[in-house]
Design a protein around this ligand. Structure first.
Ligand SMILES: *Cc1c(COP(=O)(O)O)cnc(C)c1O
Length: 359
C-alpha cells in the first residue's frame, strides 16, 4: 500500500489499516470458503458467527450488563432520532432534550415530529459548554431525557453522566468506545457506526430490557426495537458488510488493550493538540475546558483569509479532511481510536510551522 495520509475526517472516519487488510481478504474469500462476506446469506452459520462475535466483543469492551439488548440497525444515528420517541413515548407524551450542539438540536427537531413536544430542557448559547444540570428545566412528566454525550461538530462533551428521574437516552455516535462507560446509568445508548466503530450504514442500540415492549404499533418495522430484539436485528436483511467490519474493529480494539487503554491514548493526544492551540497566537478553540471533546477538536484561525491556504498546505503534508463542518466553518481534527499519535504529532508540527510563516 502507498503511504496513507492522516485522515482527520469526522465520519466516515479513518479505520485501522490492519482491519482494512483483513476486511479486504474477508470480502473476497472468507476463511478459504471461496466466497466473501458480501455474498453470504445473513442467516448462514458463517454470518451468524460474525454477527454474534461482534455483539459479544462489544459487550465485553464496554461491560454491557445482561439486562441490556444490543441491536445493529439500518439508518445510522439519524434513524434513531426517530426510533427513540417511537419506542419510548406515545404521540401525547413530551420528552426533554438537553442541547449543547448541532446534533442534539437535530435530534430534538426530529423527535418533535413524533411527540406532543420535544421540550428543550436546556440549551447552551453558543455551543461551547454543556449547560449545568442545576439550570435544566424539565417538563412535567418527560418520557425520557435525551443528551448528546459528545457533540461532533462543536467539540463539546459531557464530563460526567447526569442524574435524571426520567430514563436517560444518549447519542454516543462520536465517543462510543473512546473510554469506559457506565452503561447501567442509561436506559438507551445509540451510535452511528461511522465515527469510532466502523463503516457507515448502521446504528448500534444498547437498550435496557424494561424499555422494550411499548413500541407504537405504527412504527416502521426496521425502527422497532422490540421486534428487532426478538429477531436478532434481522427483521430485514441487516447491513452485513458494516456489521462484519465493525466486528473487526471491536477485535482490533481488544488487542489494543480495550477502551481503558484507548481512553489514556485519546486523552493524551487531545491534550497535546489543545495545548498547541492554547499556546499559539494564531489558533483558537472556544470550548470550556471541562467540556472539551477528546474526539473532535474544532479550531479557528484568528487571522482572516488563511483557512484555505492552511487546508491546502496541510494536504501536501499528508494531513487531510481538516475542514470544519459546513455549518460552523474553521477547522476540525477528529482523533478517533484509529488515529495514531504520530498523526497528532504531525498535525501539531505542521500548525507550528504554519504559524511561523510570514503572511
Ligand atoms: C454523525 C452523527 C450523527 C448522524 O449520524 P448518521 O449516521 O449520519 O445519521 C448523529 N449524532 C452524532 C453525535 C453524530 O456525530
Amino acid at each position: 500500500m502507498t503511504q496513507r495520509p492522516y485522515n482527520f475526517n469526522a465520519g466516515p472516519a479513518m479505520l485501522p489499516e490492519s482491519v482494512l487488510a483483513e476486511a479486504k481478504e474477508g470480502l473476497v474469500d472468507y476463511r478459504g470458503s471461496g466466497r466473501g462476506v458480501l455474498e453470504m446469506g445473513h442467516r448462514e452459520d458463517d454470518f451468524l458467527e460474525i454477527a454474534h462475535a461482534a455483539e459479544a466483543d462489544l459487550r465485553d469492551l464496554i461491560n454491557i450488563p445482561d439486562n441490556y439488548k444490543v441491536l445493529f440497525l439500518h439508518g445510522g444515528a439519524r434513524g434513531q432520532f426517530a426510533a427513540v420517541p417511537m419506542n419510548l413515548a406515545t404521540r401525547n407524551d413530551t420528552a426533554d432534550y438537553v442541547v449543547n450542539g448541532s446534533w442534539g438540536k437535530a435530534a430534538a427537531a426530529e423527535g418533535k415530529k413524533f411527540l406532543a413536544d420535544a421540550h428543550i430542557a436546556a440549551e447552551s448559547t453558543p455551543y461551547t459548554y454543556v449547560p449545568d444540570e442545576s439550570e435544566w428545566r424539565h417538563s412535567a412528566r418527560p418520557a425520557y431525557v435525551h443528551i448528546t454525550d459528545n457533540e461532533t461538530i462543536d467539540g463539546v462533551a459531557f464530563d460526567h453522566i447526569p442524574e435524571t428521574e426520567a430514563p436517560l437516552v444518549a447519542d454516543k455516535s462520536s465517543d462510543i468506545l473512546s473510554e469506559p462507560i457506565e452503561v447501567s446509568k442509561y436506559a438507551v445508548i445509540y451510535f452511528g457506526t461511522q465515527k469510532n466503530s466502523g463503516p457507515a450504514g448502521m446504528a448500534g442500540v444498547i437498550v435496557r430490557e424494561d424499555m422494550l415492549g411499548a413500541t407504537r404499533p405504527d412504527t416502521p418495522a426496521i425502527l422497532d426495537w422490540t421486534a428487532e430484539a426478538e429477531q436478532g436485528s434481522m427483521v430485514n436483511t441487516p447491513p452485513t458488510a458494516t456489521w462484519y467490519i465493525a466486528g473487526l474493529v471491536f477485535k482490533w480494539l481488544k488487542n489494543q488493550g480495550g477502551v481503558e487503554a484507548m481512553a489514556e491514548i485519546n486523552k493524551h493526544e487531545a491534550e497535546k493538540l489543545y495545548r498547541a492551540i492554547d499556546e499559539s497566537e494564531l489558533y483558537m478553540n472556544p470550548v470550556r475546558r471541562e467540556n472539551r471533546s477528546h474526539m473532535n477538536v474544532p479550531f479557528t484561525i484568528t487571522v482572516p483569509g488563511l483557512d484555505k491556504i492552511f487546508l491546502l498546505e496541510a494536504r501536501t503534508q499528508g494531513l487531510i479532511n481538516l475542514k470544519g463542518h459546513r455549518s460552523v466553518g474553521g477547522m476540525r481534527a477528529s482523533l478517533y481510536n484509529a488515529m495514531p499519535e504520530s498523526g497528532v504529532d504531525a498535525l501539531v508540527e505542521f500548525m507550528k510551522a504554519f504559524e511561523e510563516k510570514p503572511f
